[in-house]
Design a protein. Structure first.
Length: 258
């Protein structure tokens, strides 16, 4: 079998949190194009439903839209139950839901701090733990978490210490799970995107005005496009990456090199 065939995900069963739009949507459609059935999990049920229907129409794969808040264990558990009911197994878990808050550290309330940490770090843990349990039982699987280049550098000029800390936590969580579950055939990796043009950046009143500044700093002088994360997602999801676990893939147009 050639490498392109080995990259295919035919008959795999996947889910993506934060899958309704942005990076999650682009990853979900890539997994479906490669042959997987995909569940889109999101707090925004309406958009998740429209996106799931769109992916099914474009790829011919089975899709599901599920409402779940990744910070709530009961939501995560019932989301896993619904996926198992419809798909029978879980081969690929993409823990991607995340938010950013730009607040100076000296003004940050504990509530604001907890909000970001709960979604970006605890949400990834709860989702990966629930998927990992299923994968251990069934004999294997691939978990991919969305970290960020903000785990590696401190973004400027916007203040975002809770986001940066949460994403650094995602990388170390990824490595910890990869080691714990290595012999259970459950691989755990993460991606660390640079600035990507999604609602998180393009529609944020605080971040949008900074795009010109970021582009001036960026070696490629532009934002990344969410579809530029699709190939790594397909690679990490499938069996051709069997020796790849505990790794973090920085995809940032060399932003963190400067
Ligand atoms: P978007 O804001 O475009 O999409 C995020 C999606 O996640 C939304 O549909 C949102 O739903 C959903 N979501 C938010 N909170 C929860 C929750 N508690 N449970 C379930 N779903 C939730 O963001 P991006 O696509 O840009 O970002 C996706 C991931 O990539 C995030 O983890 C982000 O930190 C990371 N990232 C993004 C970068 C960028 O420049 N865009 C760069 C590096 C990393 P709702 O609309 O209801 O809030």
């Amino acid at each position: 079998m050639g490498i392109i065939e080995k990259l295919r995900l035919d008959n795999k069963k996947a889910f993506v949190t934060g899958g309704a739009r942005g990076i999650g949507y682009n990853i979900a459609i890539a997994l479906a194009e490669a042959g997987a059935d995909v569940a889109l999990v999101d707090t925004d049920e309406g958009t998740a439903k429209a996106s799931a229907e769109e992916i099914a129409r474009l790829t011919g794969r089975k899709t599901l839209a599920l409402k779940a808040d990744v910070t709530k264990k009961a939501d995560v558990d019932s989301m896993i139950e619904s996926i198992l009911k419809s798909f029978g197994r879980i081969d690929v878990a993409f823990c991607n839901a995340g938010i950013c808050m730009n607040i100076p550290a000296e003004e940050m309330t504990l509530e604001d701090w907890n909000k970001v940490i709960n979604i970006n770090l605890t949400g990834v843990f709860l989702t990966a733990q629930a998927a990992g349990k299923v994968m251990i039982k069934q004999g294997g699987g691939s978990i991919i978490n969305t970290a960020s280049m903000s785990a590696h550098i401190v973004n400027v000029p916007q203040p975002q210490c809770s986001y940066n800390a949460s994403k650094a936590g995602v990388i170390q969580l990824t490595k910890s799970l990869a080691v714990e579950w290595a012999l259970k055939n459950v691989r755990v990796n993460c991606i660390s995107p640079g600035y990507i043009g999604t609602d998180l950046t393009l529609s944020s009143p605080t971040l949008k005005p900074l795009i010109e500044k970021w582009n001036a700093m960026a070696p490629l002088h532009r934002l990344g496009r969410p579809e530029e994360l699709q190939a790594i997602a397909v690679y990490l999801a499938g069996d051709s990456s069997a020796f790849t676990t505990g790794s973090d893939f920085v995809i940032d147009g060399a932003f963190t090199c400067i």
